[in-house]
Design a protein around this ligand. Structure first.
Ligand SMILES: [Zn+2]
Length: 567
């Protein structure tokens, strides 16, 4: 067994070693490939999980799972590793896991952005949003704080300096905690507060948190609704301009068996789905049903609410996110989810039922901060929130360093809580994988009609939940081809009627079913209007004893094959 534990994060070399160990030790279930190199030349790994003995990965409907496109969100990498571990260890033991790997495929990319994660976890810690490539201008001197571990203690904290006009003050009940200064606060100690770091171009007076020199956000570099830098910060010079996003784009668009894609982020403790740029009313009805079902189960399993990005998770009330990963749904009709793992405020008991998660990030009561502070003080005293200590800053002079170690409190759970947080997810991923359409063989036969004339018949069925198109969006966009039926005749056989290759349309899934049979036959229930079965017939001339191969396949629904013999 690979030597893995979920009370720590893995740097690039160790992560690579672990993935290679899984491929080596589970050769029938795991394949590993590099789908491209990052800006700094690291491999972007993808693990393929499926039971190879029941057919190749590409012949089975697939779920894409990734994490850590944002540098510091390393919990999402751990969640991917956890899923791999649960699948290989559950295979042959857990019936659902076994059935899933027998009939479906997972593509898992644990670390989309290995460079940024390495900066976050390395010896000399630096925090950037995403890619480490200088952007928008490599030659630009950007003045202001460069967020980094300036005193070399292995943490990137905050710096505070007393200032009578400072915008921060000590919390009245908990002086270690800083809270906003209110308009009528005019007496007491106030502070200026900065992220820990060096000040580039310091003029002896002004300090700003300017956008970092590494200003890319890879999750704004995808093509749907992409907008240039002035309209969308971090967008990059053009969609897919970066090696990391291009690798994902190439892989996902050429693996046409992918039905659903789940991207892992932190934090908020929420499940986000399409669309990011339009209301639910504009999502095809069957797709919305599928999203709703998946979201409901996700909430039950994980305790995270499932919401539309457009309706419930906008960072700015008047602005939509451009160039996000939901391009997979908008362009390819691949169901899209983002998981924001971990919610320190929820863990601390803050009631989130009446407020939007995205709003809380920008504005909340000082009591909420106190609750979060006390939670961490109980769980990991002195490490998530570091008591202020004196430091002589090379540019700013005497000040204090301390406050949140946000990498290990907000962006990621404290390590002893990590496994508990990610543990519910494999079950949800298995459920999502099992939602896909699945072609099943009902009948394959050869009936003798005359001396050397045979009727070849193939009946196939969609045994899965979704339509064989995957989604309505995929069908509307023309990216999910119809079910194809083929007959393969040996040289001594002749086709009298029928086509060797033909498209037979899509087969509906159970997604359209109503909850009760009461309305069956009334026309309300779309399920009973169209059959989930299709029958294809060929008339051939062949000598008795000839064997014929027939196949039905669909990109997102798998493949069935049969050999019939002309008796
Ligand atoms: Zn993120």
């Amino acid at each position: 067994m690979p030597d893995i534990s979920f009370d720590r994060f893995y740097r690039y070399d160790e992560l690579s070693g672990l993935l290679k160990a899984y491929a080596r030790e589970y050769p029938d279930l795991v394949s590993l490939e590099s789908i491209g190199k990052s800006y700094e030349g690291r491999d972007i790994w993808v693990v393929t999980l499926t039971n190879k003995k029941t057919g190749p990965a590409e012949d089975k409907p697939a779920l894409w799972l990734d994490g850590n496109i944002h540098s510091v969100e390393v919990t999402a990498s751990s969640a991917c590793l956890y899923h791999i571990e649960k699948m290989v260890s559950g295979f042959g033991i857990d019936r659902k896991v076994t059935h899933c790997l027998d009939t479906r495929t997972f593509y898992v990319c644990p670390r989309v952005n290995p460079d940024g994660a390495e900066w976050a976890l390395g010896e000399m810690k630096r925090n950037v949003r995403s890619s480490v490539r200088p952007y928008p201008h490599a030659d630009e001197q950007v003045d202001g704080i460069r967020i980094m571990d300036v005193d070399g203690d292995g943490r990137v904290l905050f710096m505070r300096q007393s200032d009578k006009n400072g915008p921060w003050k000590a919390h009245p009940e908990e002086p270690r905690l800083l809270v906003r200064r209110e308009p009528d606060d005019f007496e007491g100690d106030f502070y200026r507060l900065f992220r820990e770091g060096e000040v580039a171009g310091y003029d002896g007076a002004t300090v700003t948190h300017t956008p970092p020199r590494e200003g890319l956000d890879l999750n704004r570099n995808f093509p749907a609704y992409w907008a240039p830098e002035a309209k969308q910060m971090g967008a990059g010079p053009a969609p897919f301009s970066e090696p990391e996003t291009r690798a994902l784009g190439d892989f996902i668009s050429t693996h046409k068996n992918i039905v659903t894609a789940v991207a892992g982020h932190t934090f908020s403790g929420i499940l986000l789905r399409s669309c990011s740029n339009k209301p639910d009313a504009e999502i095809p009805v069957d797709d919305l049903r599928a999203y709703t079902r998946v979201g409901e189960l996700g909430s039950v399993l994980t305790g995270y609410p499932a919401v539309s990005i457009y309706h419930d998770f906008r960072y700015h009330p008047k602005q939509n996110i451009a160039g996000g990963f939901d391009w997979v749904y908008e362009h390819l009709g691949i169901y899209f989810w983002t998981i924001e793992y971990w919610a320190p405020h929820k863990a601390a008991g803050v009631d989130m039922t009446s407020q939007k998660y995205s709003d809380w990030l920008f504005d909340h009561k000082a009591e909420d901060d106190l609750a979060v502070f006390r939670f961490f003080d109980r769980e990991c005293p002195g490490t998530a929130y570091v008591d202020w200590y004196e430091f002589n800053h090379p540019q700013l002079g005497p000040l204090e360093i301390g406050g949140w170690d946000i990498l290990n409190s907000f962006h990621n759970p404290p390590l002893h809580l990590l496994e508990k947080e990610i543990a519910p997810f494999p079950e949800w991923f298995v459920y999502q994988a099992l939602m896909s359409a699945k072609l099943e063989l009902v009948e394959a036969s050869a009936t003798r009609l005359g001396d050397k004339t045979y009727l070849i018949r193939l009946v196939v069925e969609n045994g899965g939940y979704l339509s064989t198109a995957g989604s309505e969006m995929a069908r509307e966009n023309g990216v999910s081809r119809e079910v194809v039926a083929e007959i393969e005749l040996p040289d001594n056989a002749t086709l009298l009627r029928g086509k060797t290759w033909q498209e037979i349309g899509h087969l509906p899934g159970r997604v359209t079913m109503m909850a009760s049979p009461v309305f069956m036959g009334t026309g309300f229930d779309a399920m009973d209007r169209r059959s989930s079965r299709a029958s294809i017939e060929w008339l051939i001339e062949a000598a008795p004893g000839t064997t014929i191969n027939v196949t039905a396949r669909q990109q997102r629904s798998g493949k069935v094959q049969a050999t019939v013999s002309c008796a």
